[in-house]
Write a protein that binds this ligand. Sequence first.
Ligand SMILES: C[S@@+](CC[C@H](N)C(=O)[O-])C[C@H]1O[C@@H](n2cnc3c(N)ncnc32)[C@H](O)[C@@H]1O
Length: 271
Amino acid sequence: MKVKELLSRLPRELRRDGEIILSHLLRVETSRLPLLLESEVPPEIEGRFRELIKRRGEGVSVAHLIGEWDFYGRTFKVREGVLVPRPETELLVERVLELIPPEEDREGFEIGGGTGCISITLLLERPRLRMVVDDINPKALELIRENARLHGVEDRITVLEGDMFEPVKGQRFDFIVSNPPYIPERMWEKLPDEVRREGYSSLIGGRKGYEFYERFAVDAGVYLKEGGFVALEIGHDQGRVVRELLKEAGFKKVMIYKDYSGQDRVVVAWS
Ligand SMILES: C[S@@+](CC[C@H](N)C(=O)[O-])C[C@H]1O[C@@H](n2cnc3c(N)ncnc32)[C@H](O)[C@@H]1O
């Protein structure tokens, strides 16, 4: 069957997902698929395509079906139980990059690395940077290591298992970055199935949702070098509370940045 026939038989709501899945199976960029509409799809790929579309209909995300997802223009391996990189997290990376001089040695710490997309992107954009990254989820640690190897930065990243600052006791960093879980627990049941497959600990921040920032604000200063900064992704309605928590903990300057839809999304604070 031709590419165009296979795609045109999909219900409208599955068309875009179908294009991403088919280009993944054909190993071409999705943007090149329109050039291949008249090409014949080999029968084994057609079979695999139908299988994946069926699972998509059962609520598995496209990212988990194809096992990879793009972040900051690069492809990262993804797996069930670990957060799929989100486009809004690129804003967090951009803010941090603005604060790391390209020609100087720096050492950063990331709490809750997930796929490793934040730390690995920072390392690729700043060749003199070193990162330590932790996570409480062993599946995430495995993925961070795999993605670090895939992108050739394994010699500049240290991956540690543990809760928040516990694996880096006694160390100090130029900056600390995190996109922590920040959704209130009452929302768990309301999340779509495909989001819940990313795992409770990836998403849920506690009863209020902002419990991570409460613990973070109290401890972070101890792990920062003088003049260091912290950069955090936050929920759209958490700007005010996170600013207060950081101010109370002694951070002098706190900046809040909005995402493209005008919602509070990133906090940067200096000790
Ligand atoms: C929202 S995900 C972010 C993943 C990745 N950094 C990203 O931006 O795509 C939060 C991550 O923090 C991890 N995590 C949750 N609580 C943690 C804790 N107390 N200490 C370390 N990691 C934690 C989760 O397992 C998950 O991988």
